[in-house]
Write a protein that binds this ligand. Sequence first.
Ligand code: PLP
Length: 385
Amino acid sequence: MRSSRRGNVDPFIVMDVMEAARAREAAGHRVIHMEVGQPGSAAPEPARTALAEALSHDPMGYTVALGIPALRARIAQLYGEWYNVDLDPARVVVTSGSSGGFVLAFSALFDAGDRVALGRPGYPSYRQILKAMDLQPVEVETTLENRYQPVPGDLEGVDYEGLLIASPGNPTGTMLDKPALSALHDAASARGAAFLSDEIYHGIEYDKPAVTALEISDDVVVINSFSKYFSMTGWRVGWLVVPDELVRQVERLAQNMFICAPHVSQLAALAAIDAREETEANLAVYSRNRDLMWEGLRTAGFDRIAPPDGAFYFYADVSHITQDSVSFAREILEEAGVAVTPGLDFDPVRGGGTLRFSYARGTDDIEEGLARLHAFMKRRGLAQG
Ligand SMILES: Cc1ncc(COP(=O)(O)O)c(C=O)c1O
């Protein structure tokens, strides 16, 4: 069968790590998972209860394309609660995870060949989805000094029709504050480019609240999801906030591409928003884990890190130790029994010298993982103390 050039996207290296970790576990070894970018916790209990109740009487047919009105209204209300932003529910579009949101947003905003600027390192699927849609990712190299977030200077001389930022970002967990976000928005607006803000890790922030792009302008596309803070990765439900004038275009695309996001997941998501006690308890675990990781990674010798403000990742520069992060991650898995992600997924250029550590799991696992990493690095004479 023939196959398309645009469909020839790169695999996710983290999947290979997950498979190697699985094989090790199948061989009877205990593996500490610092590779997986998802919460270890289930969807909040009220979400599961609401769904069980609805299943007994609701046939779960299609919903309207933009999402169940009560969910759109509740998401809009969340913007008042989290950011003091007054948001019209008519601008909220419920999607199949933020991944479905990207496909809708890119289709609504861009034509084939358009260029979309992104910071590197960044979430790998941005690049791959863009390529698969005949759009051109334009990667902008960021620096450890700028905490791996783009600044307007990085965009000078770059030609683009869209700018996609992520705060907190994956793999770094670093955030853009209001002036930094504003400056990037100004740079994009000055050339008539669309501004897209991936806010999927909002809610998982530690010392200061994350800023939504909607605090800066209504002329933005915000992408968010129930996957992370609400601990609902496999439920495939997320949302977009789009400018008024784009709603109808997104609706027409959603009708044709997806019909609707999963009905069951929309009902569960609606209940999850009010499960604050549980989602905040999860956050408290991440927060404790982050403190342990900040200390533990540095004493183990992984000390070239931008302190993360949110999400559940640390991104370490290990280029003084290796230029082959894939082999290094394999050695860590085989010798220390800790699965970590090589940076190449996030940065095809410099990722041979970086690793991502996730701390989304329970604190016991994090403590044991750090002890193992420390012993591993000590054997190599790289640990401090
Ligand atoms: C930055 C970022 N954006 C988007 C996604 C996709 O998430 P989902 O489709 O589950 O909402 C992820 C998943 O890890 C991510 O890290």
